[in-house]
Design a protein around this ligand. Structure first.
Ligand SMILES: *Cc1c(COP(=O)(O)O)cnc(C)c1O
Length: 370
């Protein structure tokens, strides 16, 4: 058995830093008797809206529901098309399918974001929304995407599940489109100790509709205006989210410092992550590319450095997507990246010593590689 020197994630280490505050919150909420849609959810929603810079934030059950409810609130359904990118996590696409609409995939660029030039060729009379993903915490090229959409009536929905706090043009992502979706899944950069999600919006209409949709369609205890869902963030998880939102900027600074160390040390060995001049990524993942990817990954695992691939199979090549009619070669840049990318460990609790281990082992690999 290999001794793991650098685990890919270490959620228990993050919990250790918060466990006192979380225990206190559990005690208070347990004693309050109010577990659903209480003061902790309201408080977190206000803090999150202020943090992102939107009028509203709405807590929901998970990031997938956040995407789904935004599309439902926009009336997206059968016969409609929503454009997103094939290199994302599956939820970016299945939530479109769940509304009855058809996902249309757009090629990506070297920042892993949706390519605005390819986007302009995909728009049809059925296109209702474009959903760029701020993948790995790296902002998509929001200005160029918005420019394509001007005057079309097509809505911009940001999938910001991996990018809480990232900035584009000095503004937090999740504040550009009609509404945006965030995930609080434990593995995301604002992770809690269970499932959760958030929607942000500046629109009064979107806000009032989503508030109903997440709670059965009810407007009060006894009156239901529209058919809805049960998709709520609970009080305990909202309290954890507040505790962690408070530390997010500090944690992000640490993660960005680690990313800088990697980038300085690994230049010339692998292709480094790229982002636009005007964007400030939060490095949910630190993804590099090398044609020796598989050999590098097995070498690193052999020396106790865990890595992952985000994601080895693009969505358009998954079995579930067969009926959409894409094939190998449909998105050459996306497919090249999925074959050659590798994600290195990156989280605030990673020690400087562990960062050095990752760097020196990658250099060792390339010294030995032919
Ligand atoms: C995680 C993720 C989602 C879904 O969030 P959940 O909270 O897991 O439902 C959606 N989009 C992207 C890009 C994600 O990474």
């Amino acid at each position: 058995m290999v001794n793991i020197r650098v685990p890919f994630v270490n959620l228990a280490a993050a919990f250790k830093n918060d466990s006192h505050a979380i225990s206190k919150a559990i005690d208070e909420i347990g004693n309050s008797g109010q577990y659903i849609l209480g003061p902790n959810v309201k408080n977190f929603e206000e803090e999150f809206a202020a943090f992102i810079g939107t009028k509203y934030a709405i807590g929901v059950a998970n990031g997938s529901d956040a995407l789904f409810l935004v599309m439902k609130a926009l009336g997206i359904g059968p016969g409609d098309e929503v454009i997103t990118q094939p290199n994302s996590f599956l939820a970016s696409a299945w939530t479109i399918v769940a509304t009855g609409a058809t996902p249309v995939f757009c090629e990506v660029d070297e920042t892993l974001g949706l390519d605005p030039e390819h986007l302009s060729k995909l728009i049809t009379s059925r296109t209702k929304a474009v959903m760029p993903v701020h993948l790995s915490g790296n902002p998509a090229r929001v200005d160029a995407i918005q420019a394509v959409l001007v005057g079309t009536g097509i809505e911009l929905i940001e999938d910001a599940a991996q990018a809480v706090g990232a900035k584009f043009n000095g503004k937090r992502v999740g504040s550009f489109g009609i509404a945006s979706a965030f995930s609080l899944h434990p593995l995301k950069n604002l992770g809690i100790i269970g499932d959760g999600g958030v929607i942000t919006t500046n629109s009064d209409d979107m806000y009032t509709t989503i508030i109903k949709l997440r709670n059965h369609g009810l407007i009060d205890r006894d009156h239901c205006e529209i058919w809805g869902y049960n998709s709520r963030l609970d009080e305990l998880q909202a309290a954890v989210a507040s505790i962690r939102l408070n530390k997010l900027d500090k944690n992000t600074t640490r993660v960005q410092k680690i990313a800088n160390k990697y980038s300085t040390a690994l230049a010339g060995f692998v292709n480094l992550p790229k982002s636009y001049d005007r964007s400030e990524p939060v490095f949910h993942n630190y993804i590099v590319h090398t044609e020796n990817r598989n050999a590098l990954q097995s070498f690193l695992h052999g020396v106790g450095v865990e890595t992952k691939i985000h994601y080895p199979i693009p969505i358009h090549l998954q079995a579930c997507a067969e009926s959409l009619g894409y094939k190998v070669g449909s998105f050459p840049i996306c497919e090249y990246q999925s074959t050659n990318s590798i994600s290195l460990p990156i989280y605030p609790e990673l020690s400087d010593e562990q960062v050095e281990i990752v760097i020196s082992e990658i250099k060792n690999f390339f010294k030995k590689a032919p």
